[in-house]
Ligand binder design. Structure first.
Ligand SMILES: [Fe+2]
Ligand SMILES: [Fe+2]
Length: 435
């Protein structure tokens, strides 16, 4: 299907570059161009535009005003800002009406890849009904500015840990939240962490960036809007990240894959927060129906909201520019057989980590929902599940947030020691490495 894209820029030279570059996409994209907001409004009126990409600083009617209007009148249109201003951070704060902010001087090639990526997100993850629901959400949280600062710092060839620490410390609320998580028993660190710099040194940049997003998202749900306990959501997410990372380590995945496992674990249910914040009343109803009828949460979300927390979460993370693999893992964490990304072992590990979080620590179940249905794994993965369960339980017991007695009695098929002595050596070895 042809995608219709509208470019708006008051600089004719820039528009001409777009014309030259994007005319060769004729079969896939139909592009429209306007040098001002009024012209853009006319085009929106008679053409079914899928995506608008606008400059921010324009005379008369600026990009932010234009996008606000688009949000109100054409909620299904994806709104992108492509601005000449270098201050991404300030613009992110003022233009929260955009889904994605791209700062120049990105090349046109970068812009092209970004557009492709967003359309791919649509095709694979989001059906048309869902798209209108998601794009219509007017309070989709913007990326926290400290995260953007960190990306900038990490991209430098000689980035400084001290600078990273200082950047995080600039946000006192964020720092408190991160130190609380890092010092929780889940991480089992031998030393107490007193500064963001120390956290980055001990855990690595990717993990700390993931924690920043989790803290930011949980702060976006205010008290009045809570359809479920935000604390239990945070605990569930953190524990899922820890279990997913532990399983990846048990399976001797690379450090990079273990970090991806952790970050996808802590972000997998971000869609719940978005839905609970944007449709508080309806989401309460979703939780009530799922609890009283024992239907899977995903099915009830689809019936009541026309979308699911997996689709919404993946879409938000995609718009924020998180790595494709994390986006796809989030999209398929309840349907691992539909995962199309690289290394499909990870999606089964994430699904298992999610299940094990419900099973081993039921008190962290946000909204006290029935435990989601576990999906079948590939035969070789299926054979590993009992080992993963035992290993995650072992990690929990060793770190002191699970009691072996209460764990064994709290679940139907849980056995803390299902492995033979020979196998035990494997996971004890793996556990030691976790420290
Ligand atoms: Fe979920
Ligand atoms: Fe979950």
């Amino acid at each position: 299907m042809v995608k219709r894209i509208l470019f708006v820029d008051d600089n004719e030279m820039v528009l001409n570059i777009y014309r030259q570059v994007f005319s060769r996409k004729g079969n896939e994209w139909q592009c429209f161009y306007s040098s001002d907001a009024m012209g853009a409004i006319d085009i929106l009126e008679y053409s079914q535009i899928d995506m608008i990409i606008t400059d921010l600083d324009m005379p008369m009617y600026n990009g932010a005003q234009l996008l606000n209007l688009v949000r109100e009148k054409y909620p299904a249109v994806t709104r992108i800002v492509f601005s000449g201003s270098r201050s991404v951070k300030n613009n992110m704060q003022t233009v929260n009406c955009a889904h994605r902010f791209v700062a120049k001087p990105n090349t046109v090639g970068d812009l092209e890849r970004m557009i492709e990526k967003i359309f791919r997100l649509y095709r694979q993850l989001v059906d048309p009904k869902t798209r209108a629901v998601i794009n219509g959400i007017d309070r989709l949280p913007a990326l926290p500015s400290v995260y953007l600062d960190l990306l900038e710092e990490f991209s430098l060839p000689n980035f400084s840990l001290k600078k990273v620490g200082t950047l995080i410390s600039g946000d006192v609320g964020m720092t408190t939240e991160i130190l609380k998580m890092v010092n929780s028993a889940y991480f089992g660190l031998n030393e107490s962490v007193s500064s963001p710099q120390q956290a980055v040194t001990l855990l690595g940049g990717d993990i700390v960036k993931g924690l920043i997003l989790t803290a930011h998202i949980s702060r976006s749900l205010t008290k009045e809007e809570q359809a479920f306990s935000i604390e239990s959501w945070e605990n569930h997410s953190l524990l899922c990240g820890i279990f997913c990372q532990a399983i990846a380590q048990y399976e001797k995945k690379t450090q990079q894959e273990q970090d991806t496992a952790f970050v996808s674990g802590i972000l997998h249910d971000v869609g719940r927060i978005i839905l609970a914040t944007s449709f508080a009343e309806k989401y309460r109803r979703v939780l009530d129906i799922a609890t009283s009828t024992h239907q899977p949460l995903q099915d009830v979300e689809r019936q009541v909201l026309n979308t699911t927390h997996s689709a919404v979460g993946a879409y938000l993370l995609g718009l924020w520019g998180l790595p494709d693999q994390i986006v796809e893992l989030t999209a398929t964490h309840h349907s691992p057989d539909q995962y199309q990304g690289e290394s499909n072992d990870l999606v089964y590990m994430l699904h298992a980590a999610d299940m094990l979080t419900y099973e081993l620590v039921p008190e962290f179940n946000p909204g006290s929902l029935p435990v989601p249905e576990r999906k079948a794994y590939s035969p070789e993965m299926e054979a590993r599940v009992n080992e993963w369960r035992a290993y995650c339980a072992k990690v929990g017991v060793e770190r002191g947030y699970l009691e072996s007695g209460s764990v064994a009695s709290g679940s139907s098929d849980f056995d803390l020691t299902p492995l033979g002595d020979a196998d035990k050596g494997v996971f004890v070895h793996g556990y030691d490495e976790l420290h």
